[in-house]
Design a protein around this ligand. Structure first.
Ligand SMILES: [Cu+2]
Length: 265
C-alpha cells in the first residue's frame, strides 16, 4: 500500500466515465430546477437555495477533480498540492472580503466613507424629482446665451469640486474642466439622469481609445476627451430641455464617487 503507483490502480472505464457524466448532468438539472422561476421552487426555498446550490456544486466539483482530473488514482501528493492551492485561494478570498467588511459583518469605515456619496445622491435626486414636475410648464426665465462653467477635480481624489452645476435650456454651455491631480486621468461626461453608472460601464467596454465613452451612446449629451494629470480641457454643448441630468467621470471606477447633478431650468 505504501508503494502504490499509477500502474497498480485501475482508471475508470468508459462506462464509468459515461455514468459520471450522467450523474453530473442530473445534478445540473436539479440545480436548474432550484432556480428556474417557472418551476416555482425557488420562491418557496428563499435563501435556503443558496446552501443547497453550494452543496450541489461541491459534489460536482469533487466528482470532477477525483475522476476527470484523476486525483483519485494519482499519487496522494497531487491531492495535497491541489488542496493546498484551494485552501490558499479560499484564504485570499476571505482576506480580500475582509478589506471591506469586518468579521462582525460591519462595513469598514473607509468602505462606508466611499459609499456615503452615492446614498446622499440618491436622496437629493428623489427630492428634486418631486419638485421638477412644475418645470414641465416651460416658463422661460432667461433668454438662452453662452455660459461658461469651470469645474475641477479635487487634488488626487476621485471627486469633482462641485456637486451641481446649472444652465438654462438652449444655453451654449462651455465647461472648462481642470485636472490638478498628479496621477489620475479624468473626463467629464454629461448624461441623462440616473444613467451615470450604466454609461460608465459601457464606456469601460468601449475602452480608452474612445475616451471611456461608448460611441453613439444615446444617454450621453456631451463628453470631453480624457484629461491627463495637470491638464485642462473644454467641452461645449447646447443645454437640453429642462430637467435634471448628471455629470460624471467615466474613467473606470471613478463614476462611483466622481459625479454631480447638471440641472437645466
Ligand atoms: Cu476620473
Amino acid at each position: 500500500m505504501a508503494h502504490e503507483t499509477q500502474q497498480d490502480i485501475h482508471h475508470p472505464s468508459t462506462k464509468q466515465y459515461v455514468l459520471i457524466a450522467i450523474i453530473l448532468f442530473a445534478i445540473t438539472i436539479v440545480e436548474f430546477l432550484l432556480i428556474w422561476d417557472r418551476v416555482g421552487i425557488q420562491d418557496d426555498l428563499g435563501s435556503a437555495k443558496i446552501p443547497l446550490l453550494v452543496g450541489l456544486s461541491v459534489v460536482k466539483f469533487y466528482i470532477v477533480i477525483m475522476f476527470y482530473m484523476h486525483l483519485r488514482f494519482d499519487d496522494k501528493i497531487f491531492t495535497r498540492i491541489f488542496i493546498a492551492g484551494l485552501a490558499l485561494a479560499f484564504l485570499v478570498g476571505v482576506a480580500l472580503l475582509g478589506l471591506f467588511t469586518g468579521l462582525n459583518g460591519d462595513q469598514r469605515s473607509y468602505a462606508l466613507d466611499r459609499a456615503i456619496p452615492y446614498v446622499e445622491h440618491a436622496e437629493t435626486e428623489k427630492a428634486e424629482e418631486t419638485t421638477t414636475p412644475a418645470a414641465g410648464g416651460t416658463t422661460e426665465t432667461a433668454a438662452p446665451g453662452p455660459i461658461t462653467l469651470t469645474i475641477s477635480a479635487v487634488g488626487d481624489s476621485l471627486a469633482f469640486d462641485t456637486s451641481d452645476i446649472t444652465a438654462s435650456p438652449g444655453d451654449e454651455v462651455t465647461i472648462t474642466f481642470i485636472n490638478p491631480s498628479t496621477a489620475n486621468t479624468h473626463n467629464i461626461v454629461i448624461v441623462e439622469d440616473g444613467t451615470k453608472d450604466a454609461v460608465a460601464t459601457d464606456g469601460t467596454v468601449a475602452g480608452q481609445d474612445n475616451n471611456w465613452v461608448k460611441p453613439g451612446d444615446s444617454r450621453v449629451i456631451a463628453n470631453s476627451v480624457l484629461i491627463g494629470p495637470g491638464d485642462s480641457g473644454e467641452v461645449t454643448f447646447t443645454a437640453p430641455a429642462s430637467g435634471t441630468y448628471q455629470f460624471v467621470c467615466t474613467f473606470p471606477g471613478h463614476n462611483f464617487t466622481m459625479f454631480g447633478d447638471f440641472v437645466v431650468n
